[in-house]
Each structure stands twice: as C-alpha cells, then as structure tokens.
Design a protein around this ligand. Sequence first.
Ligand code: SF4
Length: 73
Amino acid sequence: MSKSWGLCKDCKWWQLEPRARIADASLGLCIEEKLQPFRMRVSGNSGCNRFMPGEPARAKGSSAEPPTAKPQR
Ligand code: SF4
C-alpha cells in the first residue's frame, strides 16, 4: 500500500455513528474537505489517496442514505 493511500477504517476523515464498530463492513461518511460535497458513504475497507491516519470522528446520521450528519472536523 502506498503512503498516500489507505483504508477508511484507519483514516481520520471517516465519520461513524456514535456506537458503530471500527470494522470492514461498517458504513460512515467521508468528511475529507475536498470530498465533503459528494456526501460519500464509505465502508471500513474502502479507501482513497486523501487518506490521513487517525481515529474516526463520530456523529449520529453518518451512515444514513444519504448521510445527514454534519462533518465534525
Ligand atoms: S474516502 Fe479517503 S479520505 Fe475519506 S475516509 Fe476513506 S480513506 Fe479517508
């Protein structure tokens, strides 16, 4: 895996429901600044080259269709 590409489950721009597990199949909103307009709902084993290592944010509505949560970062 390249340094600039990583998985959502290890990314600080992933935002999960308050009690969701950090897991491959969990779904959450991507809150990376440039990707926010797309309201992308991504799984733990999705990934992209805007990856930044860190803990996910948390907010209710992050896994809705479409996500309704406000970005917390
Ligand atoms: S889509 Fe990219 S920036 Fe967004 S949470 Fe996943 S790895 Fe991070």
